[in-house]
Design a binder for this molecule. Structure first.
Ligand code: HEC
Ligand code: HEC
Length: 346
């Protein structure tokens, strides 16, 4: 019995889906092979897995397919990977994302790398978990454009090859809860760490060169970056106003739209900084093109406005110090990079 379960799981992961079609018409038994995640150096092992959605190999494999499947969108052209593509730092390389029928959104796509560590999801923190987050884009009119979650579920139900995979992973057919649970499980395995910085912290004195070391001193010292970019992923998961976009006639008020608190006007969630060299352009509106530009912005203390975070002050950095900060951020690139290929879809 054990052997069969193991074998089916292996088949699931290794073979094209058509190869493991059922012989009998009775439902497949649920199988729960625990998924072992290798935590890269520098990250902690609390992946914030909700109690009702333990990580299993079956869910991760299914979630990977759904993540790349454009049939979750209204016209069958857009998948999660369209805007969070492994080849583009798990983002989209655009200032503002583009969804179905080439419609523009209003914000820059954050990376999915290490998103499981965030205490809330989205720039304004409006979703508490990855499961809840994944429900958003499917019915967002300018992203995947479904008029209701049921329509996405119907599309997935129509694919015969998905049925046995859902049975195995969840013991039931597709619904919006288990679709998003599978996607979230897959996202929890997209981890970035073991950067030059982590190896340095771990005792390898030579992992950083002199410039990167200077950048590290500044980041944690004079430049005060770590006031907000802190911890394993370099984010406090809190909301701050740096003044980005505040000059617009109708600025995006970010966190304020959720809390309606005056002090939250123009505040956005501190983004994580690992693999930051791979996710240009930057900021919630994609308005800053390079890391050099970001440093210039911090050097002048951000953009003045009534809600500017009190931690934002001019830094008085020299040209050499600016370069060092950029070099330090580049030393946060993961090795290896969490690359995932698009799986064969059922
Ligand atoms: C059309 C482009 C687009 C598509 C399609 C899309 N996203 Fe996003 N995603 C975005 C943008 C833009 C944001 C930020 C929106 C905001 O903060 O209001 C975002 C935010 C996120 C976040 C939050 C990350 C963080 O650090 O806060 C996660 C996780 C995520 N998306 C995963 C997904 C998943 C899973 C899917 C598929 C179900 C998906 N996205 C589909 C563009 C897209
Ligand atoms: C007061 C808190 C705070 C401080 C201090 C701070 N940051 Fe940020 N950082 C943020 C927030 C919030 C954002 C997103 C702002 C937005 O889009 O409106 C951000 C955005 C960024 C981005 C763009 C990330 C992306 O994915 O778009 C980079 C790079 C960055 N910060 C690096 C730094 C560096 C380097 C320093 C030190 C010089 C620093 N930050 C200091 C809070 C802070």
């Amino acid at each position: 019995m054990k052997r069969t379960v193991l074998y089916t799981t292996l088949a699931l992961l290794l073979l094209p889906i058509g190869a493991c079609s059922k012989k009998k018409s009775e439902p497949e038994p649920t199988s729960t092979t625990p998924f072992t995640v290798t935590i890269p150096l520098g990250l902690n092992d609390d992946l914030m897995v909700p109690e009702n959605n333990p990580l299993t190999a079956e869910k991760v494999a299914l979630g990977r397919m759904l993540y790349f499947d454009p049939r979750l969108s209204a016209d069958g052209t857009v998948s999660c990977a369209s805007c969070h593509h492994p080849d583009k730092g798990w983002s989209d390389a655009l200032p503002i994302s583009q969804g179905i029928r080439a419609q523009n959104g209003t914000r820059n796509a954050p990376t999915v790398i290490n998103s499981t560590y965030m205490f809330s999801q989205f720039w304004d923190g409006r979703a508490p978990t990855l499961e809840e987050q994944a429900k958003g884009p499917i019915i967002n009119p300018v992203e995947m454009g479904m008029e209701a979650h049921d329509l996405a579920v119907t599309n997935i139900k129509k694919v015969p090859g998905y049925q046995p995979l859902f049975q195995k992973a969840f013991g039931e057919g597709p619904n919006i809860e288990n679709i998003t649970q599978a996607i979230a499980s897959f996202e929890r395995t997209i981890l970035g760490g073991n950067s030059k910085f982590d190896r340095f912290q771990n005792g390898d004195e030579n992992a950083l060169n002199a410039e990167e070391k200077l950048g590290k001193e500044l980041f944690f010292g004079k430049a005060n970056c770590t006031r907000c970019h802190v911890g394993a992923t370099f984010s406090d998961s809190q909301f701050h106003n740096l003044g980005v976009g505040m000059k617009q006639e109708k600025p995006d008020l970010g966190r304020f739209e959720i809390t309606k608190k005056e002090a939250d006007k123009g505040a956005f969630k501190t983004p994580a900084l690992r693999d930051i060299s791979r996710t240009a352009p930057y900021m919630h509106d994609g308005s800053q093109t390079t890391l050099e530009e970001v440093i210039e912005f911090y050097d002048i203390g951000g953009e003045k406005n009534p809600y500017l975070d009190p931690q934002m002050k001019p830094l008085g950095l020299s040209a050499e110090e600016k370069k060092a900060l950029v070099a330090f951020m580049k030393a946060l690139d993961s090795e290896p990079y969490p690359q995932v290929e698009k799986p064969q879809l059922p």
